[in-house]
Design a protein around this ligand. Structure first.
Ligand SMILES: Cc1ncc(COP(=O)(O)O)c(C=O)c1O
Length: 385
């Protein structure tokens, strides 16, 4: 049986070797501490669970959900966008519920990318932007995010002929894996490019509520963004709801309705009970999220202090629950991550797994409790370099 050319283009899973080493350590009885995956260890706030339990009992929720999302959820989405960012959307035409933002991000290019069209993808990055381009026979064109450019793509360096063939530009702020936050000026410049070269700006805002300083902005706070942009929001990280699979996309009516059309031919919507819980979560965000933020903030402070004392170089944690740290002593990402598992029983993600510009970095996810982070600090202190 021959795989499709598209599937063959998907690179092999980069973390196979690290997974094998982790497994070996676990079998040896080592207390392995996993700071690899971006999946919060904290349970979803119990109030949200209670709303879902009640919603589960309703027979009307046992039938197929609405394709574009239940009105109660879409209304909560647009009210949140208005309260938090001061931007207005029509709940009927400018928002669609998603089965997690990954689903929306992967499906969105189907609506706009023809074979050979360019999709501008930052790197290092969440891999789904590139995969969406590959699955539509588009051409991913990579935009390096480096310490020097402040981890923001330099569109002025992209050749004119590439910009002319561009259909979609992906952005993600606050950024995974670097933790960088974008400024309004940066978004403004992007919107100007998009209007000039007639491409779509697809902004992944999955971490927009996980901040520890100034609240990060929505791309729609820039004037004119609604002409060219769509933004993906997720309840996964905000409310520690990764397993629930609920998110939404908002923006330009044509972009949102095209995504909804693709989805209506592939899936049948989000379980309505989950949408009811999601609506409750969004409506109560200002009360429910600060305690969760506080947990990640404390963890970040604890580990940052230790890393600094040990001489590691990294961006101060402003948002997301990731620390993007330079590997010490000129070790490659893979070499250092291997050493950490083998000699310290600590799993982190090699930066090179997110793209070539991630080489020389590793990513720490603050998704274990403080006691484990104290152990991590101790093991790092004892690590022989
Ligand atoms: C940058 C980014 N975007 C989107 C997602 C997908 O989140 P979900 O599908 O749970 O909404 C993730 C998950 O790790 C992510 O890191």
């Amino acid at each position: 049986m021959e795989f499709s050319e598209r599937l063959k283009k998907i690179p092999p899973y980069l973390f196979v070797e690290l997974d094998r080493l982790k497994q070996k350590k676990l079998e040896e009885g080592v207390d392995v501490i996993d700071l690899g995956v971006g999946d919060p260890d904290i349970p979803t706030p119990s109030e949200i669970v209670e709303v879902a339990k009640k919603a589960l009992e309703k027979p009307e929720n046992h039938r197929y959900p609405s394709n574009k999302g239940a009105f109660i959820f879409r209304k909560a989405c647009v009210e949140y966008m208005e309260r938090r960012f001061g931007v207005s959307f029509d709940p009927e035409k400018e928002v669609v519920a998603l089965i997690g933002s990954k689903e929306g991000i992967a499906h969105f290019p189907i609506a706009f990318v023809n074979p050979g069209d360019v999709v501008l993808c930052p790197e290092p990055a969440y891999p789904v932007y590139k995969l969406g381009a590959v699955f539509t026979d588009g051409e991913p064109y990579f935009l390096p995010l480096t310490w020097e450019n402040g981890f923001f793509p330099e569109l002025s360096k992209v050749p004119e002929e590439v910009l002319r063939k561009t259909k979609i530009l992906w952005l993600n702020y606050p950024n995974n894996p670097t933790g960088a936050v974008a400024t309004k000026e940066q978004f403004k410049e992007v919107i100007e490019f998009a209007r000039k070269y007639d491409f779509i700006v697809a902004h992944d805002a999955a971490y927009v509520e996980l901040y520890f300083e100034e609240p990060p902005i929505s791309i729609f706070e820039v004037e004119g963004a609604k002409d060219v942009a769509i933004e993906f929001h997720s309840l996964s990280k905000t409310f520690c709801m990764t397993g629930w699979r609920i998110a939404f996309a908002v923006g330009n009516e044509k972009l949102v309705s095209a995504l909804a059309k693709v989805k209506s031919n592939i899936d049948s919507g989000v379980f309505t009970a989950v949408q009811e819980a999601g609506a409750y979560a969004l409506n109560n965000l200002e009360r429910l999220v600060p305690p969760l933020r506080e947990v990640f903030k404390k963890r970040g402070e604890l580990l940052s202090k230790e890393l600094k004392a040990l001489g590691y170089e990294f961006l101060p944690l402003k948002a997301t629950f990731y620390l993007w740290v330079k590997t010490p002593k000129g070790l490659s990402s893979q070499e250092f991550c291997k050493k950490l598992i083998e000699e310290a029983g600590i799993v982190v993600t090699p930066g090179s797994g997110f793209g070539p510009s991630g080489e020389g970095y590793f990513r720490i996810a603050l998704t274990v409790e403080e006691e484990s982070l104290k152990k991590v600090a101790k093991r790092l202190r004892e690590l022989k370099m």
